[in-house]
Unconditional design. Structure first.
Length: 527
């Protein structure tokens, strides 16, 4: 483990607390991949799980013995011993030792309500459970992190007893005492006074925080705790966790490094923040939140013309940090709110140099506003926007010409598959092609027919495939006569692009987006 100077130690519990979130379940291989990525990112502790809770956790620790970590320490999680026995006799305590990890994190009861209602022991017996568990683990050479469960609620209920529990843990040899807001209801204004009382009891012993997000305050409470003297922060990537989740380390880390000037990652690693956020989201099979602070797709996106004009002159006018610091990028959106600055910036962002004049840009702005009034949306369809600009210049030559198309669907009754047949007539390089293709549905049939018609002229189209298809009803009150907007995402295996179509006829809207997708690809491969 590297020994560079830092101000705050990051303890990641994505693999344990994060997996308790609804809809999240990691395979053993997933957990190993995430652990390796977290280690490379530079967190200090990786909590692998609770060995006493399930076989997967035990297997994880067994497998990790052959996976070298360059920076992080692997931690096993458990609880204080059970009542009416010694720590040396408690099987779940022994499993923590058997995991052979350098760090053991155990939680104990701080709130007298839990001592009486959950453990059903006396307050003194709970203190002895804490003391015995910590001292036993320390006697076996482990670094012991003590999580004071429900500390803030316990402090507000019975401050004298809550402080006594963490003092006992410290006296028993805990290396770090972590204050937990397990129910996630503590307000930021409560943190400073409580931290002062804790420091008075623990002295120079390192203090940490573990905050849940039930009141939406997990990140704020974590940052304020550090401001008040905490040097250890626990959380999860993307804030995954039970109920509303844990403190989101993707927000906590940049707030500490960039706002509080507290170093907590190796030099240069903050630029990987967006990448690791998306990496874990991909493995968890949860779409990234586009509005997640620092790393979301829309966080540095500018749409209003006044904003874009100012950002072009000086990004600090509407951005609190340069996006590159956290591995994100600035995006300029084009929409009915766009001004000429939006269009010019978007052209530069996409690398389009068409020698556009101010009059050209003005015309494009007007055309976009008219199209968006009809239901088009170019914010998420940059490929269609680029084609629109190319066509507006009057220099674009289409790769094929549509004569007509027909789609026939074959209904077989409720819940039965509904195959389709598409007939397409197109002119390609002066030659007319009349083709028929079957598909699993009308869009799939059209896609196959168009590819069949273009295949001989453009064989590289075989690389392109549709990766996503979205339909949005624009004016729902019109009922079955409503307009729909279709977004199609395509990929050639190396890059992806999105196109849009709008019509009262869903097949026509799909066709528009499909044609744009293919034209965009052909435009770029022919450059």
């Amino acid at each position: 483990m590297s020994q560079w100077k830092k101000d705050v130690y990051i303890y990641d519990t994505t693999l344990r607390d994060g997996e308790q979130g609804e809809f999240i379940s990691y395979s053993l291989e997933d957990k190993i991949h995430i652990a390796q990525r977290l280690d490379d990112f530079g967190v200090d502790y990786i909590e692998g799980g609770w060995p006493g809770s399930n076989p997967k956790a035990i297997n994880f620790f067994r497998k990790m013995k052959s996976v070298p970590l360059k920076h992080a320490k692997l931690a096993a999680f458990g609880s204080t011993r059970r009542k009416n026995m010694k720590a040396a006799e408690d099987s779940q305590i022994l499993l923590l030792l058997e995991s052979e990890v350098p760090v053991v994190t155990i939680f104990g009861k701080t709130w007298d309500l839990h001592v009486h209602e959950a453990l059903r022991v006396s307050l003194e017996e709970n203190l002895e459970m804490i003391r015995d568990s910590v001292s036993f683990l320390k006697s076996h050479g482990r670094e012991v992190i003590y999580d004071a469960e429900h500390f803030f609620d316990g402090f507000k209920s019975n401050p004298e007893y809550a402080l006594k529990t963490i003092k006992v843990a410290a006296e028993a040899g805990a290396d770090t005492v972590v204050l937990c807001d397990t129910n996630g209801g503590t307000m930021p204004t409560e943190i400073p006074a409580i931290m002062r009382d804790v420091k008075a009891v623990l002295g120079s012993l390192p203090i940490g925080v573990h905050v849940h997000n039930d009141a939406g305050m997990a990140v704020a409470n974590s940052v304020i705790a550090v401001h008040e003297g905490a040097v250890h922060v626990q959380g999860t990537i993307n804030g995954y966790g039970e109920r509303c989740g844990n403190a989101d380390l993707i927000q906590v880390i940049p707030n500490l490094e960039l706002k509080l000037k507290k170093r907590c990652l190796p030099e240069g690693k903050l630029r990987e923040l967006t990448a690791i956020s998306h990496f874990v989201a991909e493995i968890a099979n949860i779409p990234p939140d586009p509005r997640q602070p620092y790393v979301g797709q829309t966080v540095f996106a500018h749409k209003g013309g006044v904003h874009v004009s100012a950002v072009r002159r000086n990004p600090a006018t509407y951005e609190h940090i340069p996006p590159e610091l956290v591995g994100n990028v600035r995006r300029i959106l084009v929409s009915e709110l766009s001004g000429q600055s939006n269009i010019q910036s978007k052209l530069e962002e996409l690398g389009i140099d068409l020698a556009t004049t101010p009059e050209d840009v003005k015309q494009i702005v007007q055309q976009i506003k008219e199209l968006e009034a009809d239901g088009y949306q170019f914010e998420a369809a940059e490929a269609s926007f680029e084609l629109l600009v190319q066509k507006a210049k009057g220099t674009y030559e289409p790769f094929f010409e549509l004569k007509d198309f027909k789609v026939i669907t074959y209904g077989k009754g409720p819940y039965a598959p509904c195959p389709a047949e598409a007939i397409v007539r197109v002119v390609v390089k002066g030659k007319e092609h009349h083709v028929v293709a079957d598909g699993d549905g009308p869009v799939n049939a059209l896609d196959r027919a168009l590819r069949k018609a273009l295949g001989n002229a453009y064989p590289h189209l075989k690389k392109v495939h549709l990766t996503d298809f979205k339909v949005r009803v624009i004016n729902a009150r019109a009922g079955t006569a409503a307009k729909v907007r279709v977004l199609i995402e395509s990929s050639d295996g190396e890059r992806s692009w999105t196109t849009v179509g709008v019509s009262e006829n869903m097949i026509e809207a799909s066709w528009q987006a499909l044609v744009d997708s293919i034209e965009y690809y052909l435009l770029h491969v022919s450059e």
